[in-house]
Ligand binder design. Structure first.
Ligand SMILES: Nc1ncnc2c1ncn2[C@@H]1O[C@H](COP(=O)(O)OP(=O)(O)OP(=O)(O)O)[C@@H](O)[C@H]1O
Ligand SMILES: [Mg+2]
Length: 449
């Protein structure tokens, strides 16, 4: 039941309004004869909407409104007055009043306005909850030295207006970093608009980025606002910049240089105020050398370079990430990944970085019915991960392969060393020695539980 507080010095208004709102509106209503008494009830009664008279002895309605907004900013306040001037109404709205009612009151109008205020309040709180949920999904997990350095850099970079180029392997969290930069900036009240530069076909690029006027080409039935314009006042995230074609590069460079765009079929330039964050998983310097990426565009984008570390270089973060994703995919159920499996996950090279880990956890959470998830580790090791070997020497490559192979076989045999040794045809002691030399820890019995 929604709560309404009435503040007015006229007894008969209080009683008649209370009657109507309770009987016809189904509200819970409380009343106060003065601003002071009303303010005391704000905390105790916790109203959703306040109907507040402007002309009262003592503090007038405008003063009370100011105090209510400090005390409980989310409460909707509707002002009432018989001698309302336009100026007072404007002042009240500026101070955060929801609307203005003229006396004598028409009850239908009062009920309608109350419903609007309540609907808006519901929308606002839903919006807030959704935003919070989104932001929760967007926290950067990890306290390894590499992540701490990254977070420090984000902390100083975010509030500035500086353009940022985020580089890193696939799935390392480049987009997450870009979003964190947006949330931490004075632009966070405006939009974060992401453009996947690699995914837009050449012939649609201008209309996607800059929009078009109605009828500017066949098929343009409606006016369309482009990504640049949408991001006005906010952040434009140019993703996969390393994959755009030459034509797109030229178009984007021009818009970025001029900070102004023109809709397709339009003839006025539109100024846009944007902060650009670009991302790429390619080595752009190398792309420049090979003639695939414009140098001038690179220098325009690369004001502040941020490198996101691969998961291999911060294995300490794996347990925290696993816990984070298990929580996400277990929907309130208390679950965890068992210690033996976690060990194996910590040794795996993760060529697809955090995204691959996240997918593994999701899969394991679906496939395993247990509270302690164990035994799904082989699924990550099935892929042809050995292709990712970065070694130049045969010896290094062989060692990397051997380690991966042992891990895979160990996980297939549930961490049992004797069984694994038997399967791969070596002595138990030999396998032990190999494991020690590769830093593969034996899983003590019991850790599997
Ligand atoms: N540090 C982190 N903490 C929590 N989640 C993360 C972290 N890093 C990445 N993720 C999650 O991993 C997934 C991949 O991240 P994201 O899309 O930001 O990576 P990317 O570098 O942009 O990948 P790609 O190169 O494929 O575009 C997302 O679901 C993201 O939420
Ligand atoms: Mg990405």
């Amino acid at each position: 039941m929604k709560r309404i507080l009435l503040i007015d010095d006229e007894e008969n208004i209080l009683s008649s309004l209370k009657g109507v709102l309770e009987d016809e509106g189904g509200f819970l209503v409380d009343t106060a004869k003065s601003g002071v008494l009303g303010l005391a009830k704000i905390k105790k009664f916790e109203p959703d909407v306040v109907l507040l008279d402007i002309w009262m002895p003592g503090d007038d309605g405008i003063k009370v409104l100011e105090k209510i907004k400090k005390l409980a900013p989310a409460v909707k306040v509707i002002m009432m007055s018989g001698h309302g001037t336009v100026e007072t109404a404007v002042k009240a709205i500026k101070l955060g009043a929801f609307d203005f009612l003229e006396k004598p009151l028409h009850f239908d109008k009062v009920l309608l306005l109350l419903q609007h205020a309540i609907d808006l309040e519901a929308l606002e709180s839903e919006n807030l909850a959704l935003k919070e949920e989104l932001r929760e999904e967007e926290v950067l997990i990890g306290e390894s030295p590499a992540m701490q350095r990254l977070k420090k850099l984000l902390h100083v970079t975010a509030p500035s207006n500086g353009w940022v180029l985020v580089q890193g392997e696939n799935g390392t969290g480049k987009e997450l970093v870009a979003r964190a930069l947006h949330w931490g900036s004075p632009r966070s009240g405006s939009r974060f608009v992401a453009v996947n530069c690699a995914a837009i076909p050449d012939e649609l690029i201008e209309s996607e980025l800059f929009g078009h006027e109605r009828g500017s080409f066949t098929g343009a039935h409606e006016k369309k606002i482009g990504k640049f314009e949408l991001a006005h006042g906010g952040t434009l995230f140019l993703d996969e910049v390393g994959d755009m074609g030459g034509k797109v590069q030229a178009k984007i460079l021009r818009a970025l240089q001029e900070c102004s765009i023109q809709r397709v079929g339009g003839d006025i330039p539109i100024e846009v105020d944007i902060r650009v964050i670009a991302a790429s998983n390619k080595d752009l310097k190398k792309e420049i050398r090979e003639g695939n990426f414009r140098e001038d565009l690179f220098y325009r984008l690369n004001v502040i370079p941020i490198q996101v570390p691969s998961l291999r270089d911060r294995r300490e973060d794996i347990p925290a990430l696993v816990e984070h994703f298990v929580k996400r995919y277990s929907r309130g159920k208390k679950r965890r990944v068992g210690a033996a499996t976690l060990k194996i996950l910590q040794h795996y090279p993760w060529p697809g970085n955090v995204r691959e880990l996240k997918n593994w956890v999701e899969r394991a959470c679906i496939l395993s019915q247990d509270d302690v998830i164990e035994g799904f580790e082989y699924q990550v090791l099935e892929a042809d991960d050995f292709s990712n070997v970065d070694e130049k020497s045969l010896r290094g490559a062989r060692a990397t392969f051997e380690k991966q192979f042992i891990l895979k076989m160990l996980s297939e045999n549930g961490g049992n060393i004797s069984k694994t040794a038997q399967t791969i045809g070596v002595e138990r002691s030999h396998l032990h020695k190999k494991m020690r030399s590769y830093g593969i820890r034996e899983v003590p019995p019991g850790e599997n539980q």
